[in-house]
Design a protein around this ligand. Sequence first.
Ligand code: CTP
Length: 404
Amino acid sequence: MSNPVTDRCIVLGVTGSIAAYKAGEIASRLTQWGAQVEVILTEGAQHFITPLTFQSLTGRKAYTDADLWGGEGHITHVGLGRSAELIVIAPATANTLSKLAYGIADNLLVLTVLAAQCPLVIAPAMDAGMFQHPATQAAVRILAQRGVLLVGPAEGRLASGLIGRGRMVEAAEVIAAARWLLGQRGPLAKRKVVITAGGTQEPIDAVRVITNRSSGKQGYALAQAASDAGAEVVLITAPTSLVPPYGAKVIKVRTAAEMLDAVLRETHDADALIMAAAVADFRPRTPQTQKIKKETEISSLELETTPDILMAVAERRARLGFPRRVIGFAAESEDLLTNAQSKLQRKRLDMIVANDISAQDAGFEVDTNQVTLLFADGRVEALPLMGKDQVAEVVISHLIAMLS
Ligand code: CTP
């Protein structure tokens, strides 16, 4: 498994904030994903965390200002700056933010940033008052205008004990931002890809719904894979507890009708639509606005069919040509290939991902999937049992081929 972080050279700058402990997790995760992580600690950072921590996590030397003045000192910052494909500074203090904004170069980290030509991600961490100070706000504006990606700070409890905006965001968000930024020049750059995920919910009354066992995992994995390939991702999602990829536009819906609206709105100019959602086929004909009381003793529920989203998309695509490519899913418990083939044709898809939901390791709720891909030109490709993120990578690689 690889992602845009794999094999990239990333400089991680750590400055003097209590949030420095979160930098350990960032260094660890990026290293696990196969990045070459070069850590630079400022003087202040070393009051909170040691170079040894990072050396142990990355397996590489961690740099400090002591490395500025050795025999190799004059080239250390230039070497690090030139080889960096991304610089992440997390946590970044008010002091470092202002130095970066005005090009002050009095330590190894800020010198390295000046010598570098790569993108920069900064996760500020400081007291709320310091973040609000006009001097810090001016620095933030300058950096944002220069194209620096500022992540956070978040609201929450601060080291001072006060509540306010100044906390460094969680490590996971910084890691996700780095991954997103490194994926930006991928093969789907400037392509709009709309992906649906999760199982829709159709109301019976004010508290009850009809839904299905879809977890949304396959749809979210597709959204991540498309984002990794540089796509502008729109994720239209039924309720789930999953975390969407960084940078994706997320539209939350509940019902099939809401999903239809969102899909039609977002696909009129899209390069692709991937319908991974498990859309309810039936909904209660007259949902009650109040909670139905037990005494009512309902014995049956009258249902009606929901709109077929892919059929509506096919009809509009025939007139407008958008979305340019459409991929559907077929969840089947019997006659997998015959049923999938008929859906491929009926819904006028370019490709359908057929999965046998009767298999234990595939389909709903689990992390693995075993699917067969059927194409409009008659090709059939059976994939072995694999993780849903790997299935997503394969599907996205086919989408890349279809769009190029
Ligand atoms: N789908 C859709 N709108 C619906 C139902 C399904 O767009 N109202 C999409 C799904 O997201 C999926 C594909 O159609 O990409 C196939 O869904 P599936 O439930 O397998 O097929 P159905 O058309 O609902 O047929 P059946 O339930 O009879 O198998």
